[in-house]
Structures are given as C-alpha cells and as structure tokens.
Design a protein around this ligand. Structure first.
Ligand SMILES: [Zn+2]
Length: 213
C-alpha cells in the first residue's frame, strides 16, 4: 500500500483523500475476524424505539439484534474520534485530561465527532471547547484504532495536522475535559501520556518527521 491513498466518502458530498498511513495499516486490522478482538459489542436487550425484547437474526452475514415488532436492527457502527497534532513553530499542543479515560494524563486534543459534522469541524469545535484556540485544520496524518481501556477497539481515530488560525493568538484557556494545556518542545513531553495515537505522533515528531501541509 506504500504510496497509495485511501478515499473516504463522507456524508455523500465530501471526498476526503487520505495519505497512506505512516506506521499503522487499517487495512491489515480490518482483515481480522469480524467478531474478534477488534470490535467490542454493547448489545441492546430491548428495542430503543418500542421496548420489545430483541432477538438474534442473521443479516448481511452477521448475527444482529433485531426487533420483531418494529424491525429495528442494531448495527455495530464504529465510533469516530478526531485528534489534532497542533503545531506552533516547533511546539506541540498537549492537554491534560480532566476526565477518564486516562484522567490526569496528557494527550493530543480532540474528541468524538457528531454525526452532522465533518471531521475538520469537529476538531475546530473540540479545540475551542477544550482550550479556546481557533485552528486551521490541515493534512490528515493517520488513522488509528480506538483502543478501549479493557482491550479491543470500537472505532477509529482520525489524526489531523492543525495550526493556530492566528499565530499571534496562541494563549490557552482550559475548560471542558482539559484541566491543563501547554505548548511542548520535542523532548520535553510530560511523562504520563495517554493513548497510543498520541505516543505514535509525538514519537514521529521527535525523530524529525514533519507534516507536509
Ligand atoms: Zn422495536
């Protein structure tokens, strides 16, 4: 797959061309068994629309909870999160998490995407919510599995490069689920990092790799 790209259709109107992942291959992970450790399933017991007990039916090659009364099917759709490697000169923005998972540890800023948002919009919203920083979202850097504390994965993490919208306005004011936020130079990262995606991108930055846009 080296040198090739992955094209994602988003909301039927926006085509996002991703560079080939630098170290993590999503394609290799999705080849694992569909009921294996990749997906953690939280199964509904009752229909969320009419409260009838769900039954298992085989649909589209998988056993899925189905409502025999109204036809609701519980599809195990992946969650989507967005994170940003926000760079300012040689510095990287890290936030200290005020909530679990990984409360007290430092990570790249980000959060879950809402269904009505594009990834770039979700990232701009999260940066404003967490540290009141307006950013320009640039290149998609990589796609990581959303690894859960108890193991397995239930989604993907889209990692983008971002820069302050105004390089003169980089003061950080923490709120929401960040309790501290600072700009860090390479080699000065905090000891307690959260999430493999943060560790992977900081490690690349440390070795001299830089986004191309
Ligand atoms: Zn129902």
């Amino acid at each position: 797959m080296a040198g090739s790209g992955i094209v994602c259709q988003h909301q039927g109107e926006h085509t996002l061309t991703m560079p080939a992942p630098l170290t993590f291959s999503l394609a290799s992970d999705v080849s694992k068994p569909r009921h294996g450790s990749l997906i953690t399933v939280n199964r509904f017991t009752y229909c969320p629309f009419c409260a009838t007990s769900l039954v298992e039916r085989t649909l589209y090659g998988q056993d899925r909870p189905v409502c025999p009364a109204c036809g609701f099917v519980q599809y195990h759709d992946p969650k989507v999160a967005v994170i940003a490697l926000v760079t300012h000169d040689e510095r990287i923005l890290l936030v200290q998490r005020a909530i679990d998972p990984a409360k007290g540890k430092w990570s790249l800023p980000g959060g879950y995407m809402d269904a009505h948002e594009r990834p770039e919009q979700a990232l701009q919203r999260e940066l404003m919510e967490e540290v009141t920083l307006a950013v320009d979202v640039r290149q998609l850097l990589d796609v990581f599995p959303m690894v859960l504390p108890k193991g397995g994965s239930n989604g993907i993490v889209l990692a983008f490069h971002a820069t302050p919208a105004d390089e003169q306005q980089v003061a950080l004011r923490c709120q929401d689920d960040a309790c501290d936020a600072r700009w860090f130079l390479p080699g000065e990262w905090p000891d307690e990092l959260a999430f493999a995606s943060t560790e992977a991108l900081l490690a690349r930055w440390q070795t001299g790799w830089r986004p191309t846009s």
